[in-house]
Design a protein. Sequence first.
Length: 162
Amino acid sequence: MFHATASILELHKKKPKMPMGKDNEILVKVTKNKKLLGKTKNGKQAVGKASRKYPIIHIASWQDFNGTFTTAIHETIHIFNDFPPDKVEKLTSTLTAKLKLSITNLYNNMIECFYQRAAFFAHTKISYEPKGKDFYDPSQWIPIECSDYGRKYRKAKLTTNP
């Protein structure tokens, strides 16, 4: 969730607006402690909290998946954007709503076949070692099918499964 959100924000030239932690990481903690999260601007129990002083996001453990997903997007946007204090929640929540579908699509693609991709990486250490001299694997050149020719942005897919 957080990686997909950060990827979309970084694609649009947004960078975290805070001093980064070790190895430029933002720590995400799931918490049951409602006092830690505090209250929202309208006095309700908060479900997430982003701290720019420390590279950390706290997120409530009692939410369902959709609530957690929305909170993850919202709090990550807080880390990446520096909106005016009197408009921060309106701008953040509106941007959350508008980006949610794109982030969901990217998230689904990242999660789909996660373990299969992990195996591909693991196999580079085991079974993909080339026999003989180093060479380029010709399967990298399997063509992709592009739709929407003539437009600025295109969708692509493999024409055959390698």
